[in-house]
Each structure stands twice: as C-alpha cells, then as structure tokens.
Design a protein around this ligand. Structure first.
Ligand code: GAP
Length: 505
C-alpha cells in the first residue's frame, strides 16, 4: 500500500509509459486540461465505474430502516435545452474569479494565488505564488530576496491571499511567472460552461452548453422516471458520464481537467427525512471509497465552510466532501466527492422555468410535495487518480522499482499467463490456459523477453497474479502462481486455475 511519499512526476511518467493516461492530442503538443486514457487506463476507469454501478444501482446499500435502497439508472444527453442551465443557476452563478497576467498571458484562479511580502513594508514589491506549489513559493521567495538584496528569515515574511490585496497593492505585485511588476489584472468573474451552437446558424438563439454536471439531466428526467418505473419516494436516480468545465487553471494531472467524468446519485426524499438521509449518504460514500482500497488514513470527511457552499446547497446541512490525501495536497487533502443537501432547489427551479408540475404524490403520507435531494456526486476521473496514487508502491528491490497495488476488483489486467521458455510445448499449454481464462476476465499472454522482465511489466500494470508454465507443468499438469504484492509463489493444478481466480475476483 502506498504511503504517498513519491512525486507526482513519477506517477505521471508511469501512467504515460504503461498506457494508463497521456495528454490528449499529444502529437500536436496536447491541449491543456484534456487527457486520453490508454488501454490500461480505460480498463481501470471502467472497473471503477462498474464497481460504483454495481454497488449503488444493482445491489444498493441497505437503508437506515434495513430495507435495500431503490436506485435506477439514467443516461441523459450532454447538451440540453439551454433553459436548463438558467434554471439550475449555472448561467448566473457558475463562475470562478480569474486573474490574467498581461505579459505572459497566463491565467490563474484568483482564489488559488497567494502573495509574499516583507512584514510591515507596504511600499516594496509583493510576489504572487500558486497555492500548494512549493516550487512557485520558492521562486517568489527568491525574487523577493533579490529585490530586497538579502536572504529573508521566515519571521520577516508576510503572506496573504491575492484576493485580499487592494488595487494599490495589486499594482506593485509581480505574477508567479514573470519578473515584471504590475502585470496582473484585477480578479473578474468567468463562467465555466463551454458554449457551443446547435444547427447551422451560429448566434445567441442557437447557443447551447456542454453540461458542467450530470446532475441536471437527472432532475429533467425526474417526472419520466416516476411515471415509468413505479418508484416510490425515497428513491435515487444514478448517472455516470462526461462533464465539461472551462477551468481557469486545470492542474495536478487529471485532478482538475476541463473534460472529466462524474458518477452522481440524486436521492429524492421527503424534506422531513432529508437530514437523516444526508448523514446516511456521507457514511456510505466514505466507506465505499475505503472498500476499494483507499486507506482510512488517506480519506476524510470535511464540511464545507459557509463561504464555499454551491448556489444550490441547503442552509443547515450544507455539503460534506469526501477528501483524499493526494501527493500534491499532502499532508492536506483534496476533494474526491461532494455529498450535498440540495433541498428542493432544483425541482422547484425546473418547475418554475418549464412551467411543468414536478410535484410527487406520496400515497403513504397522502401528501403532494416536491421531494428534497441528497446528492452524492463523485468524480470518476478524480477517483481513478486517487486509485492510481494509492496503488503506486515504490520497491527498490524489484526489477520494476515500483508496482501498482490495485485491488483485484479494479486491476486492469486480472492475471497473466507465461510460458517459462518458448519451447518444449510450454507456449501451447500456456496459450490454452490463456484462451480459457480470457473468456471470463482480461488476462494477458506474454512470452517476450526474460521471465523477470515479464514480471516487471505486470508489476507496473498492477496485475495481481502471474501463472507460469514450466517444464514440471508438462509432466504434472501444475502451474506456478506468483503473487504481485508478497512475491510469494505457489503451485496449483492447471485445471484448478479458473476456479482459484473466480474465488478471488
Ligand atoms: N452535481 C454536483 C457537482 O457537480 P462538484 O463538487 O462541482 O459537484 C463533483 O463536482 C465531483 O466532480 C467533484 O468532487 C470531483 O470529484 C469532480 N470534479 C469536479 N470538477 C472537476 C474537474 N475540473 N476535473 C475533474 N473532476 C472534477
């Protein structure tokens, strides 16, 4: 299990080298904030998605009343009628404060910039740096030291968020990527939705948006699901899919990207029961991430401060984040999933804007009402990153120097089959075993290079078990199993391999 004491560069390099994740359109120099998943990354992400779908939709958890929950699936369109985003509040409220550097053309989230100056000196220069970025802080400190022409002790330094600066102070501030003073613009609001046009004419009447969250598609379909599925409140609708945000500063690999995937549940319940369901979902979602191998030391729940709440978050219960200790946030944590109490905000707004009734008639209570919503909203892309970080395990003793300790459920390759050498009938026997196993799981056959190199390749890919056919196999019909994490080896009959794997997967 990883202690997260490795650099993100090492993980990013392994992801690229082994076909997990690489920059999108890389041969053209890439595109900031967009990523492609290679063969192993696709399997890993699909496994995480399937685990969520299985555990939340097909076999949902048991509720506080010991009854299994009722959750149904949905796959709504990425582009919806633009009125959707007016009703949801995204046209008016989905903004980030943005600062530009006039010289370097770099763009920053104003709330991600901090400033360094000399304590008590209001006439000198101020140096901006990026939050949680040691290199950027060191560079600001170096530039400040050069400006005052001496090394500065920690006690002499003053820091504050850039958003606290007055216009006069901003005018004497040096941006993170420049040496010139006064190049940063005043913070201004920037809408994060990607705009596009539907049809041949490109004007404001044909403007539409790529969805910034999958949630709204669920609210738009609330009436359809109630009418077609005989569901009774409380129940949930789940959806996995792409979301798009024109993030001001995409960064930290796939942590904050401009195209990413979400796994969202909207849990519809009576307003009187919402607080209980909110607590329930916070517990369920934290435990779920831990069940996939994220260690409890690296996972925590954090309540949003009142100034962080999204426009829909209900006063009182607010939002809790499931946070993970990513290497670039350690010793702090970064958001992995938000569990929000949205009240009846969304259904009420869609009723108002569409003029269609979305009230629900509750037979048991003999009452008509707009259900309240608890929303566990997880990042599939960000979850994949957390799983990659947790799995990354440096081991200087191994040929590969590192192995990926994925839980077998998430591992992109479940097992590998090798002939020890490429002669004496071993390849034929190994190929036959491979053919049998691949019908049920992603299993790889590898006969190239030494057995040590083959193990190393599978360690980096995070394959939990390798089966090797050797000369004994030809006579006694047994194979060697090599365990990825312990490096232990054992022998079992070739006929027992499928059952052995089935038991563990
Ligand atoms: N429907 C509610 C909603 O979208 P959010 O906190 O903005 O809430 C939910 O997003 C989750 O989506 C986050 O916890 C995170 O895992 C993921 N997410 C949000 N923005 C992201 C981005 N730019 N890149 C990758 N994942 C992102």
């Amino acid at each position: 299990m990883s202690d997260l004491s490795f650099s993100m560069d090492d993980l990013v390099s392994l992801c690229k080298r082994r076909g997990f994740i690489s920059p999108a359109s890389e041969i053209y120099g890439g595109l900031n904030g967009f990523w492609d998943y290679g063969p192993l990354g696709t399997e890993l992400k699909n496994n995480l998605r399937d685990a969520w779908w299985h555990d939340m939709v097909r076999c949902p958890p048991t509720g506080p009343d010991s009854e299994p929950l009722s959750i149904v699936g949905l796959d709504s369109s990425i582009i919806q009628n633009p009125r959707t985003w007016e009703a949801s509040g995204h046209v008016g409220g989905f903004n980030d404060p943005m600062v530009d550097c006039r010289e370097t053309k770099s763009r920053y989230r104003a709330d991600h910039l901090f400033c360094l100056g000399v304590k008590g000196d209001t006439s000198g220069q101020i140096y901006a740096y990026l939050e949680n970025d040691d290199e950027s802080l060191a560079s600001a400190r170096k530039k400040l030291g050069k400006y005052v022409k001496r090394d500065l002790a920690d006690e002499e330094l003053d820091t504050c968020p850039l958003t606290d600066l007055s216009p006069e102070e901003l005018a004497i501030t040096v941006g993170p990527d420049t040496k010139t003073v006064g190049t940063l613009t005043e913070p201004r609001q920037f809408n994060l939705m990607f705009k596009t046009f539907v049809g041949a004419v490109q004007d404001e009447d044909s403007a539409a948006y790529l969805r910034p969250e999958t949630a709204q598609g669920i609210f738009l379909n609330f009436g359809n699901v109630v009418d077609t599925m005989r569901v009774k409140v409380p129940f949930g609708i789940a959806q996995v899919g792409k979301a798009f945000r024109n993030e001001v500063t995409p960064r930290n690999f796939i942590f904050r990207s401009r195209e990413f995937e979400q796994m969202e549940i909207e849990w519809f319940c009576h307003g009187d029961d919402a607080a209980q369901w909110f607590e329930f979902w916070c517990d369920v979602r934290k435990s779920w991430w831990e069940s996939l191998g994220l260690t409890s030391d690296n996972v925590m729940m954090r309540k949003h401060d009142s100034d962080e709440l999204a426009h829909y978050a209900k006063d009182g219960c607010g939002t809790f984040d499931v946070e993970y200790r990513f290497p670039f946030t350690a010793p702090g944590y970064g958001e992995l999933e938000g569990v929000a109490h949205r009240g009846d905000y969304d259904l009420r707004r869609h009723e108002e804007f569409s003029k269609k009734k979305l009230q629900y008639f509750d037979q048991a209570r003999n009452e008509r009402y707009l259900p309240h919503v608890i929303e566990p909203s997880a990042g599939l892309s960000r979850g994949t990153l957390a799983i990659l970080c947790e799995a990354y395990t440096p081991d200087p003793e191994r040929a590969s120097k590192v192995y990926m300790a994925f839980s077998p459920r998430l591992a992109p390759i479940k097992a590998a089959v090798f002939p020890l050498v490429n002669k004496d009938g071993m390849p034929e026997m190994a190929m036959k075993l491979h053919e049998d196993l691949r019908r049920r799981w992603p299993v790889q056959y590898d006969a190239k290079q030494s057995i040590g190199k083959r193990y190393a390749r599978m360690d980096e890919a995070g394959c939990p078990w390798c089966f090797t056919i050797d000369s004994d196999s030809l006579t006694d019909q047994t194979v060697t199993i090599r365990h990825r994490d312990s490096l232990e080896q054992e022998r079992i009959g070739i006929d027992a391999v499928e059952g052995w794997l089935a038991q563990r997967l």
